[in-house]
Design a binder for this molecule. Structure first.
Ligand SMILES: NC(=O)c1ccc[n+]([C@@H]2O[C@H](COP(=O)([O-])OP(=O)(O)OC[C@H]3O[C@@H](n4cnc5c(N)ncnc54)[C@H](OP(=O)(O)O)[C@@H]3O)[C@@H](O)[C@H]2O)c1
Length: 325
């Protein structure tokens, strides 16, 4: 498993990260024995980044990950998240961290990341001013207590607001949506490109020395090539940054089937994983998992490395062609 530096944190992470979210569902609704088997296999494959949040199953993902890590005791990097409330940031963030540590059974997490979208307005979002003027200073003070090592944020929300936070510095990592269906975080896209234009959030995170954690590698499962969801995963997936809905994303995934064939990949999912790790700004590509087989497939694809320039060029053409589609 290829390892890459996580920005300037000094941590080194595997190019595939283990997603403990509800979209995949294994660490929320899976059987305890399957969860343990999957984490053990991930560690064996060289995966060392595990990403969870209180929001995943209302604490259940953290509890399950904590139980499995306590049993296996692997040397891994663990990240969790918090939601900033509209008021009383510092106390609420501190309480969220304490509750996460309790559920995870750890004295410290490596990454503690803002989970809210960043936008000037919108339900559940926080404004860039709030992040810069209130959340960041609160995190800096909390960090001195040694309960987390690095602060990060989720680069989901309004593009201009995300760039303000990226420019402000202070965050060590950013979780950046980036996939075959929406590459705009990693490169310029033509006018009229369907989906949100992130205007280079991935490259901006890299330029700012942040560790970029790719999320939505499989567009929540739409890039699997099938609209059907695994029973452990959530039934309805919101598209983040890609199409208008999951179904439209799943249909567009078929555009990339010829490139999967050309690359010798059995599925668009494998092509999608190799596409994300082909971007050097990505430190780790998160994959949401329902089964240990999906983990094996992801690790296998990552092992075949970056895609050739010729295939990347064809992918670019297919992406640009989505404007008219
Ligand atoms: N900070 C944030 O706000 C945020 C947001 C999103 C994600 N994340 C992080 O990123 C992780 C992954 O993101 P995600 O769960 O949204 O989505 P994702 O990785 O884009 O998609 C996961 C889905 O892809 C399908 N899949 C996985 N492996 C596959 C394989 N080998 N072959 C075919 N299909 C496969 C599964 O769906 P089916 O089996 O049902 O087809 C799975 O539920 C999360 O667990 C979380 O840690 C963070």
């Amino acid at each position: 498993m290829e390892m890459r530096p996580l920005g300037t944190t000094g941590l080194t992470v595997s190019i595939i990260g283990f997603g403990c979210g509800a979209v995949g569902g294994l660490m929320v609704r899976g059987a305890p024995a399957d969860q343990e088997r999957a984490v053990a296999r991930a560690v064996e494959l060289g995966i060392n980044y595990f990403d969870t949040a209180p929001a995943y199953g209302d604490g259940v993902s953290e509890t399950n990950l904590g139980r499995v890590l306590d049993r296996l005791r692997p040397d891994v990097v663990v990240g969790t998240k918090f939601h900033a409330p509209p008021k009383g940031f510092e106390a609420a963030i501190a309480a969220s961290l304490e509750a996460s540590l309790r559920r995870l059974g750890r004295e410290q997490v490596d990454l503690f990341q803002l989970h809210n979208p960043v936008a000037v307005s919108g339900a559940g979002s926080v404004s860039p001013e709030t992040v810069i003027d209130h959340v960041l200073p609160a995190l800096e003070r909390l960090r001195t207590q040694g309960k987390f090592r690095f602060a990060g944020f989720t680069a989901v929300g309004e593009t201009a607001s995300l760039h303000r936070v990226l420019r402000a510095g202070g965050m060590a990592t950013a979780q950046v949506p980036f996939n075959l269906l929406n590459p705009s975080a990693g490169r310029e896209v033509p006018r009229g490109f369907p989906g949100q234009d992130y205007a280079g959030t991935l490259t901006a995170a890299q330029a700012a020395g942040m560790g970029a954690i790719g999320i939505r590698t499989l567009a929540g499962g739409a890039l699997s090539g099938s609209e059907a969801r695994h029973p452990l995963g959530v039934a309805e997936v919101d598209p983040i940054g890609s199409g208008v809905d999951y179904r439209a994303d799943a249909r567009r995934a078929a555009l990339f089937r010829p490139m999967a064939d050309e690359a010798g990949e059995a599925s668009t999912a494998e092509l999608a994983i190799r596409f994300v790790i082909s971007h050097r700004a990505v430190s780790t590509a998160m994959v949401g998992l329902a089964t240990v087989e999906q983990l094996e497939t992801a690790a296998g694809a990552a092992g075949r490395g970056a895609l050739s320039p010729a295939i990347m060029e064809r992918i670019r053409g297919a992406q640009d062609g989505m404007v008219a589609a």
